[in-house]
Design a protein around this ligand. Structure first.
Ligand SMILES: [Zn+2]
Length: 91
């Protein structure tokens, strides 16, 4: 319990120091439970690695949901379906 408290104090001190210096990222005393990283954003106090990963995921989802990509998937599936039915006809 005491260890956790002191770690929190260290993190708070580093956060404060980064704020004063105007640095966007500070090093937390506690590791991220998700990725084990120690770098955190001063503004949100959230893990840098996890935030970047989340943003990447969101971007990927946005790309997948673009109309042109959806259309491509649709055409692609239709094409394979047609090919499958052709193969089935010959069998
Ligand atoms: Zn993380």
């Amino acid at each position: 319990m005491n260890v956790v408290m002191s770690k929190r104090k260290i993190s708070a001190k580093r956060l404060q120091a980064a704020k004063i210096k105007g640095i966007k990222v500070y090093q937390s005393a506690t590791n991220c439970p998700h990725c084990d990283g120690i770098e955190r954003y001063v503004s949100t106090r959230s893990c840098v690695v996890c935030t970047k990963a989340k943003n990447q995921e969101r971007k990927q989802r946005e790309i997948e949901n673009l109309p042109c990509v959806l259309e491509w998937h649709l055409v692609h599936t239709l094409k394979t379906d047609n090919e499958m039915s052709l193969i089935n006809r010959y069998l």
